[in-house]
Design a protein around this ligand. Structure first.
Ligand code: UDX
Length: 449
């Protein structure tokens, strides 16, 4: 790529669009972010990020001030003034779990219409998670029909899945494990590879160039495998709990050292959540069923995850009996540490189950309180700190492994709680230390209950 300033547009300023747009602007590109949400556009232009993501607000502010990045509601300007257009819109679930491609459809129609009067070659890159066939059978025909131009000749097209994790999205954008380029034609693939060479200073991560269908399926297979790994270790954890002296952490370490298995995604807990894994697994199942193919492993992965959070409630009931009017302290509401996102968070399933048993719930999370309020309203209490949350509680449940909870010592639980019982759903604390000082039950740690 030559020295002139690269011009890039993003359609959709959600998690993926905003972090990638900001990271690219930081490399001195001129980036336009298009979104239909007026409030979001205004916020971004003030340098305020609508999501909680480490380092994002500093980077965003810097690039807005330097005018390397700005958000608009005008698709014409976004398309006209950019060489590469990334589509990063959401692909939520429909009621039955299948994928909702409405936003991809409308982005393709909008971009297609704007391409109509333009002479120069643009590369369109879809990054949203979509079921196999979407790029070839929906995006390409829609772009061609709306622009009256020919894919491969007048504009380029590729599917390029992202693998960003919330909480480390900037790092994952700038240092990915690999690149998957699902190209409609060689010229499109070359153009996208050239872009990444520029972004990664000529040091490309391992790169696979393939067709869009395969690239689309790689993303689903990737998420299904990650979720399966966690559900697997959670099952081993449940078994460990029934075997005195067993500890899933040591078992995860033991099997993780086998290079065929690897150590990551073997952290046992109360289950996995978030904006991607649950919806993507459901969409994959719906898609595969539509092809007449059963995926029993993925079905089981989801099923294990449905029931895993309930372990916390069962343990509380075993220790306290009837939970009616028991004061339960919930430590951690986001679906994982480092984010304020509560979408499909395990905390929701556990709190709802406890409320059904008429327990009194008091909650605390370092950053997700605002989002949790939208879910729970005034059905639960909200504390200003972790220590305030455990005051007078009959049981504390650790649902998200926020590092700040490590500051709570056994003596704090003992002195503040009415009944010093801690259910460690994320293996945050040292079981030996805690077990010797209070009633402590940890997921995957053998105990007699
Ligand atoms: C995931 C994928 O990792 C990412 O590649 C994709 O692009 C989007 O979905 P994210 O949703 O940010 O990213 O979360 P991730 O870090 O994958 O964690 C998902 C869930 O699994 C969390 O609830 C987390 O607490 C849980 N988890 C993860 C475990 O319980 N144990 C583990 O060992 C790892």
């Amino acid at each position: 790529m030559n020295n002139k300033t690269l011009k890039v547009a993003f359609f959709g300023l959600g998690y993926v669009g905003l972090t990638m747009a900001t990271s690219i602007a930081e490399r001195d590109a001129r980036v336009i972010g298009y979104d239909i949400d007026t409030e979001k556009v205004a916020k971004v232009n003030k340098g305020e990020t609508p999501i909680h993501e480490p380092n994002l607000s500093t980077l965003l502010r810097r690039n807005i001030v330097k005018k390397r990045f700005f958000a608009i509601e005008d698709p014409r300007k976004a398309v006209k003034e950019s060489e590469i257009i990334f589509i990063t819109v959401g692909t939520p679930s429909l009621q039955d779990g299948s994928i909702n491609l409405d936003y991809v459809k409308s982005a393709s129609e909008t971009i297609g219409k704007e391409l109509r009067d333009l002479e120069d070659y643009k590369l369109i890159v879809l990054r949203s998670t979509v079921t196999p066939g979407t790029t070839c059978n929906l995006l390409k025909p829609s772009l061609e029909a709306n622009s009256c131009r020919i894919c491969g000749k007048d504009f380029g097209l590729a599917y390029n899945p992202e693998f960003l994790r919330e909480g480390s999205a900037i790092k994952d954008t700038l240092h990915p494990d690999r690149l998957i380029i699902g190209e409609m034609d060689e010229k499109s693939g070359d153009a996208l590879e050239e872009f990444y060479q520029w972004l990664y200073h000529d040091e490309l991560p391992p790169t696979i160039r393939t067709n869009p269908d395969i690239a689309e399926l790689i993303k689903y297979a990737n998420n299904a495998f990650l979720a399966m790994k966690v559900s697997f270790i959670n099952q081993v954890a449940n078994l460990c709990q029934r075997i005195p002296n067993a500890d899933v952490e040591v078992i995860a370490k033991g099997i993780g050292l086998d290079r065929r298995i690897g150590p990551l995604f073997l952290k046992a807990g109360l289950g996995w959540g978030g904006s991607c894994l649950p919806k993507d697994l459901r969409a994959l199942l719906k898609f595969s069923r539509s092809k007449g193919v059963a995926l029993p492993l993925t079905e089981a992965t989801l099923f294990v995850n449905e029931i895993q959070p309930l372990n916390a409630v069962k343990i509380a009931e075993k220790l306290l009996g009837d939970l009616k009017d028991m004061r339960i302290a919930i430590l951690g509401l986001s679906f994982k540490p480092g984010t304020d996102d509560v979408r499909e968070a395990v905390s929701i399933k556990i709190v709802e189950e406890l409320l059904r048993r008429e327990a009194k719930i008091v909650t605390y999370d370092p950053v997700a309180m605002e989002n949790a309020r939208i879910v729970f309203g005034d059905r639960v209490g909200y504390s200003k700190s972790a220590l305030e949350c455990i005051n007078d509680a009959d049981c504390s449940i650790i649902i998200t492994e926020w590092p700040e909870f490590l500051k709570i010592k056994p003596k704090d639980f003992v002195s503040r709680m009415r009944n010093p019982i801690v259910i460690d759903g994320r293996r945050l604390y040292d079981p030996e230390d805690f077990s010797s000082k209070l009633r402590y039950v940890a997921i995957g740690f053998g105990s007699k209950i």
